[in-house]
Design a protein around this ligand. Sequence first.
Ligand code: SF4
Length: 364
Amino acid sequence: MSTTRHNWTKEEILDIYNKPLMDLLYDAATIHRQQHDPNVVQVSTLLSIKTGGCSEDCGYCPQAARYHTNIEGNDLMSVQQVKAQALRAKEGGSSRVCMGAAWRNVKDGEEFDQVLEMVRTINKLDMEVCCTLGMLTENQAQRLAEAGLYAYNHNLDSSEEYYKEVISTRGYQDRLDTIDNVRKTNVTVCSGGIIGMGERLEDRAGMLVALSTLNPQPESTPINALVAVEGTPLEDQKPVSIWDMIRMVATTRIVLPETQVRLSAGRTQMSREGQAMCFFAGANSIFAGDKLLTTPNPDVNEDMKMFKLLGLNPQKPFTKKVQPQTVEAVASEFEALGEKPKWTRPEHTIERNEAAKQKAKAVK
Ligand code: SF4
């Protein structure tokens, strides 16, 4: 019988999060074993196909053009470059490639056509393809689906209330609308968030309410620990404690029982023992490769040594859902509509974002 519920309240989720740790771990591990093979963990590779120069003001992100960080920007990669990286990832044991572009939203045109070709190319390598390209319309989601996209990532980041303290250039409803557009296709949804941005426990629970009340729930949920990057508004945030990470993973597992829970950013700060507890608590995916978009990540060989030590096996591609068919561009039934959707731009003032922007102006 499915244990999935879509009516979790913040109070219920907080009660779970604050349980004695041994009870929380036992409950999460029990649900994990009912729904998933506890010795199988998916290895995904995150590839930044277009880096930096983003118009948004996400307080955690070194790719926002308005802050002064040390990242190197890059224009959109070529299809051949992406194919070479995907093949390397496959050899390293990855079953999924997630391509990220630092865009506010997808725009119809040559660059999007190039991304569609990347999707076709990777799907033909028999790997799961995921994209994270910002907000997108239903037509754009359909075109990605037709190219063979397996998953679309669009994080809620935090609770609706705390989102306003981190980002002022778009609204929470825009995120939900994009997820809804993806849901109108056969592409699976990947959506999660970040802890350690200064949010309260209520905000962590609030984010899990938002994710768990989606029906269907996301097939994949990344849980990131903030990597505080110099120059961003959140540069002074303290690292997330491993106990918070374990509690967040376990609580996510309980309220999203069927979802693939991903240990994402912040793994370099975690010991093997800490990661092992996260796997026990229900995490069943990691990102491999020495970089996560722009922040450091453990070396893939180190991860494989950890897998051996813990007796974990990498998940095979298309274990959870069959491989989508790729339709070639010439046979496409969807054409670019050249839409100009009105995504929200609330532009309220977030003082620490403003301060980081002024500091960057002074440096430049
Ligand atoms: S998180 Fe994405 S949308 Fe926000 S600034 Fe970074 S690249 Fe842009």
